[in-house]
Ligand binder design. Structure first.
Ligand code: PRP
Length: 209
């Protein structure tokens, strides 16, 4: 067996709310991952899979450059990256919604000729509204986007809503649901072509979860 074919398959997983669900699913399928405190890489017990723990928004970059051959992330970061990945599997967990939100009783009609939107997703927001013929001014933020309407940076945000708790806690509401967001196993296309047999075996395992 060549060194290349025996090297572990590399899988990037995002820190945060998906991390625990993914490691639990892998464990259930016999892939035991022990990510010790603060460690950012780990091999499974059989040394067939190497896990790389990355910031969610950076995950497509690691997969695109082949540092990780596979990754698990949502349509939101996949779309924002604009990289051409294969989607090998859609998970039953982690589904959420990309929404337009604002202060209660804010109507988008009041600003339709030039909506100002704060978001972590400038590509999505721009293309979504341009496709409707609506001009948008985008203010790019890196997190805690809900602050923007509260503090007057922008009347609207385009952001993920999962439980809706963050909106409620800040007296904001969904104005419109724009897109359903799912979580996928993605692959770097060249990496998939090189290792498709071992990758397909992993996909089969994950499908059982
Ligand atoms: C995401 C999203 C919302 C929040 C929605 O942020 O951007 O802020 O979760 O979740 P909820 O509907 O369950 O309240 P995340 O927690 O990833 O952190 P961030 O604000 O730093 O981007």
């Amino acid at each position: 067996m060549s060194t290349l074919s025996s090297a572990p398959i590399t899988l990037a997983i995002p820190k945060g709310r998906l991390q625990e669900k993914i490691t639990r699913l892998l464990n259930q399928q016999g892939i035991r991952i022990d990510l010790e405190d603060r460690k950012l890489t780990a091999l499974d017990a059989e040394e067939k899979l190497k896990i790389i723990l990355v910031k969610n928004s950076d995950l497509p970059t690691y997969v695109n450059f082949g540092i990780a051959g596979l990754g698990i992330c949502g349509d939101d970061v996949i779309y924002e990256s604009a990289y051409p990945f294969y989607r090998l599997h859609t998970f039953s967990f982690g589904g959420t919604r990309m929404c337009l939100a604002g202060k209660k009783n804010t109507s988008p009609e009041s600003d339709t000729r030039h909506m100002t939107i704060a978001t972590k997703y400038p590509r999505f927001a721009t293309q979504y509204y341009h496709s409707l013929g609506i001009s948008v001014r985008i203010i790019k933020l890196g997190g805690s986007v809900e602050l923007a309407p509260v503090l007057g940076l922008a009347p609207f945000i385009v952001d993920l809503v999962e439980t809706g708790e963050t909106l409620r806690a800040n007296n904001l509401e969904i104005i419109e649901i724009l897109e359903k967001i799912d979580v996928h196993l993605i692959a770097n296309p060249a990496y998939y072509k090189l290792h498709y047999e071992r990758i397909n075996a992993i996909v089969d395992l994950l499908k059982r979860g």
